[in-house]
Design a binder for this molecule. Structure first.
Ligand SMILES: [Zn+2]
Length: 62
């Protein structure tokens, strides 16, 4: 998902347009960054420091 992807506040269509919705012309809102899983990403490394941070941040019980 490109980081510059935006979503129309009215019709909720995703668009790469800068300011106005391609479909209805309404203003666009920025979308959240792609939600890849930090948990999955760091699980493969098993770095204790990161694991501890993730557990504190997301309250993961292991
Ligand atoms: Zn729209």
């Amino acid at each position: 998902m490109p980081s510059h992807l935006k979503r129309c506040m009215k019709c909720k269509q995703y668009t790469i347009a800068e300011e106005k919705c391609n479909f209805c012309g309404e203003a666009l809102e920025k979308t959240d960054p792609p939600r890849f899983s930090l948990e999955d990403k760091y699980q493969q490394y098993r770095i204790p420091y990161f694991k501890e941070k993730m557990q504190k941040k997301f309250k993961i019980l292991d």
